[in-house]
Design a protein around this ligand. Sequence first.
Ligand code: MSP
Length: 512
Amino acid sequence: MNKNYYITTPIYYPSAKPHMGHAYSSIVADFFARFKKMEGYNVFFLTGTDEHGQKIQRAAEKNNKKPLDFCNEISKTFLDLTKTLNLSNNDFIRTTEKRHHNSVQKLWSILESKGEIYLSKYSGWYSVSDEAFYLEDEIEEKNGIKLAKQSGSQVEWLEEESYFFKLSKWENKLLELYNNNENFILPKSRRNEVVSFVKSGLKDLSVSRKSFSWGVQVPTNKEHIIYVWLDALTNYISALNYPNTDDNLYRNYWPADLHMIGKDILRFHAVYWPAFLLAADLPTPKRVYGHGWILSGDEKMSKSKGNILDPIEIVNEYGLDPLRYYLLKEVSFGNDGNISKDKLISCINSDLANNFGNLCQRVLSFTEKNLSLKIPENYYFNKDDLNILNNFTNNYENLIQNINNQNINAYMNFIVENMFLANKYFNDQEPWKKKNDIKRLHTIIYTSLELIRKISILLYPVIPNSSLKALHIFNLDEKNINVDSIKDNEFLKPNLSINKIKILFNKINNDD
Ligand code: MSP
């Protein structure tokens, strides 16, 4: 069985510092990367920055900086964010790196040598903000300004000599790809959008620009630079050392298991990218998931709209794990979601502090008083104990499937429900009244500890720091946790000492 798993985030434009939307894509991807690791996969998780093109060149000019100096500065803030968000990425690629440059030029040369690229002239609408070409019927006019309907960003008329990629030629092959692999594009609703876009007829795609210079040169024509999306998408293989297809990274990890992206860039990933790959005779990725947007009010959060929420401020104020928990639990995955401080505080107070944190503290102090922090040996499960413990065993396959279908919502519901049930179990069993029945007392403690262990393991991809603090109770660490072990009801070895831990989450006073 292939136990490798390759997951990517979009590479972000370093045109301004990161906002909550970027943090969201990265946290979601990290969630899957960590789960897969815990399932025993060799995970390769890639993120980075997309540094070429007119958008970046203009942003640099506006700041009176050379493009590379500007990118160095802002790309660093994205790199720093990977640390702030505790991402488990294995690499951080920048498209201004030599390794990437070589890879893009090689891909171009292959496409050109296969007759997939030809020189002609582009005339049409272009949005620098989206780095995208638009057809006449994709444009609308508001207050005398021409805008792309889909993104609302301003477009400008462009007329210049350009190389074209024969996208139209790949229409049927793309439809075949979608047909043969129903889950190539998820969620389903987005798949339908893409399929009808392709069915409506594809035009050849302009893949070079002449009027500015910030990018990778076309190897055979120094006047042209390669279209930033062809450049950017290649990051997914240049990080695996493409064109060296004998390289272990490429051999082990391509095709990618999952490109996690926002719905705004689905067309590039689900149409253009597989078409480039098919044309170059390279394998296509296994899945593209287009998640929803984090809205600010009713609008997509973006720099150009000036409505951004800074993830670093939220992390500083409330902590990282509460933010991760909130985004994964409260934003219905696949749909748009809002971030509200009230809901964030309620997640911290009720789910994290009252429910999970409190369970850990109560069970630990009870174990300390009654068993001097030793795992009980005298346990004998009854129906009530098995009922709750087996919840994990019985739902194990479902949980794995939820992850494989990117169903974060079902995964989170399972955790929330079981945190509640575990607390209820401890309350209902009233171990403090069982001092004369040692066997029962031991069994309740043992069961409660097992529940804490299982829940903490499931929480690892969601709130890794807090989960590891909780798992320290049992001397478990990142290297020796496996999700498989939640099926084991007798994982904890009798008589072993357990550790006390500090309070995991402090409640927040909502009136502050
Ligand atoms: N550079 C391109 C991607 C190239 S990938 C080969 C790009 N960059 S971006 O910085 O504009 O943002 C990319 C991604 O950030 C979006 O697809 C999405 O994943 C995330 N988000 C940006 N704003 C967002 C929200 N408001 N909400 C959620 N995610 C959004 O496009």
